[in-house]
Design a protein around this ligand. Structure first.
Ligand code: URP
Ligand code: ZN
Ligand code: ZN
Length: 479
């Protein structure tokens, strides 16, 4: 099937220009002026609209088994919701239980994801350590297209990685040419503060942000950064929610360290007053970690995105409905952590970023798509409207308006953290691997049409570092 996108302005990370786009066989085959529509092609009239790389959400958790329940959004509904909002690829997480063989976990997640309607890939979490983990990390990189390993520095007693695990895994990732990622919160401190708050009688969601102060995040981010510095491995810090972790990243980048930072649309736009909402269901619906912060932190995060010290935006889409959140009615520590947003990330960032003048359109493309593709080594297959790239494209109508609501969205969760937000600018059409899957407000997706995207290791960068390290080998003093 071929698709002809006619008369739009192509917006890539580096430039914008008027051009038609032809997609055939799942790829972009031509970008240029006054092209002819291939015979039988589906034509999208993009006059007055922007033609951009489909969004990449590098941080989602579809159907994640977590905190005694399973996230309500599965790979089919979640990737479909993404397409309705212009996101054409997700990078989700394989999260082995401690002691679970990591290849078994990887195979389990691959099976769950077969029903995806859009492309996907996986970071693999390292939640425990032994020789088998060391070996299986190699198999994942060499045989399964995994180039990123995740570490949860929080969630003590469950999936938390202590310093010993971080050191072992970071050094193995360096050997393999992979990048490491961290959820940066000091899990010991969080555990202690949760206990103290609960014993003082603070049992509701208002205690959640108090138990996870920004200092806990800043400390963990800095610790991960310094461990990565010593072991020379590139690091990606997920869901930065506060000034403290941003400052740690900025400092390291200024020192020349290869550190990247992600920010969630929710952390840019929602503040911590939500946890003091009178209605438990509303407050609990916002319980996620790290928590939403005060506006001082939001301002810092926007500046981080504008300055380039934060490179990507994500959602951490991890949905739990009210009946699931109710598990923590009497104890905030038991509220399943997670919120949604995969459908809304692009439009809320456009509205609050581009329409407000904080981001240019090209910067918007960078932070919603191209930077993630580059950091996770799938550029320009993804993240670019150019000949040879996958035909993952969003046609963006800058004049369209809508009010975000669970009544009209496609996400499989009963609460939308952006509920009631009025936005201007959204996806009029989404093309996924050359198929028009979103048009005229309707999804036309096929279960299982999404494909697993292999991400190769970062050979040349690491080779250079290893060479440098050989030259700088320490020499024993002869006595
Ligand atoms: O609260 C969150 N973020 N839930 C999903 C797991 C994680 O920490 O990313
Ligand atoms: Zn996390
Ligand atoms: Zn997450």
């Amino acid at each position: 099937m071929s698709v002809f996108i006619k008369g739009g302005t192509v917006v890539n990370a580096d430039r914008s220009h008027r051009a038609d786009v032809v997609c055939d066989g799942g790829n972009i085959v031509a970008v240029g002026n006054d092209l002819d529509a291939p015979k039988g092609a589906t034509v999208i009239d993009a006059g007055g609209q922007y033609v951009m790389p489909g969004g990449i959400d590098p941080h989602t958790h579809m159907q994640l088994p977590f905190m005694g329940t399973v996230a309500s959004e599965d790979f089919e509904s979640g990737t479909a919701a993404g397409l309705a909002g212009g996101t054409t690829m997700i990078i989700d997480f394989v999260i082995p239980s401690p002691q679970q063989n990591i290849l078994d976990a990887y195979r389990q997640w691959r099976e769950w994801a077969e029903k995806s309607v859009a492309d996907y890939s996986f970071h693999v979490a390292i939640t425990w350590w032994d020789d088998s983990v060391y070996k299986d990390m190699g198999t994942l990189v060499h045989e399964h297209g995994v180039n990123s390993f995740k570490h949860f520095m929080a969630y003590k007693g469950a999936i938390m990685a202590d310093d010993e695990i971080l050191v072992n895994s970071f050094s193995r990732a360096f050997e393999l040419g992979a990048i490491v990622t961290v959820h940066a919160e000091n899990g010991e401190l969080v555990y202690r503060l949760q206990k103290e708050l609960f014993e003082k009688g603070l049992t509701g969601p208002e205690a959640h942000p108090l138990s996870r102060p920004p200092e806990c995040e800043g400390e963990a981010a800095n610790r991960a950064i310094r461990i990565a510095e010593v072991l020379k491995v590139p690091l990606y810090v997920v869901h930065n929610s506060c000034r403290q972790s941003l400052e740690a990243i900025t400092r390291a980048r200024n020192e020349g360290q290869r550190v990247f930072g992600e920010v969630l649309a929710g952390h840019l736009l929602i503040d911590d007053s939500v946890y003091r909402h009178k209605d438990f269901d509303v407050a609990a619906a916002h319980v996620m970690s790290p928590p939403f912060r005060s506006t001082e932190h939001q301002d810092a995060l926007w500046r981080g995105l504008q300055s380039g010290n934060l490179q990507t935006t994500a959602t951490d889409h991890c949905c739990f409905c009210a009946d699931q959140k109710a598990a923590g009615k009497d104890d905030f520590r038991l509220i399943p952590n997670g919120t949604g947003g995969v459908e809304n990330r692009m439009e809320v960032l456009w509205h609050h970023g581009v329409n407000s003048g904080k981001l240019t359109m090209n910067e918007f493309v960078r932070v919603t798509s191209s930077n993630a593709a580059q950091i996770f080594n799938i550029y320009p297959q993804k993240g670019s409207v150019s000949v040879g790239a996958d035909a993952d494209i969003v046609v963006w109508d800058p004049e369209a308006t809508k009010t975000i609501s669970t009544k009209t969205d496609h996400q499989n969760v009963d609460y939308n953290i952006f509920e009631g937000m009025k936005i201007k600018g959204c996806a009029s059409h989404t093309v996924s691997r050359g198929n028009v899957v979103w048009a005229d407000g309707k999804l036309d997706v096929e279960r299982g049409a999404g494909r697993y995207v292999n991400r190769p290791p970062f050979a040349s960068y690491y080779d250079a570092l290893k060479l440098q390290a050989q030259h700088a080998e320490p020499v024993a003093v002869k006595r």
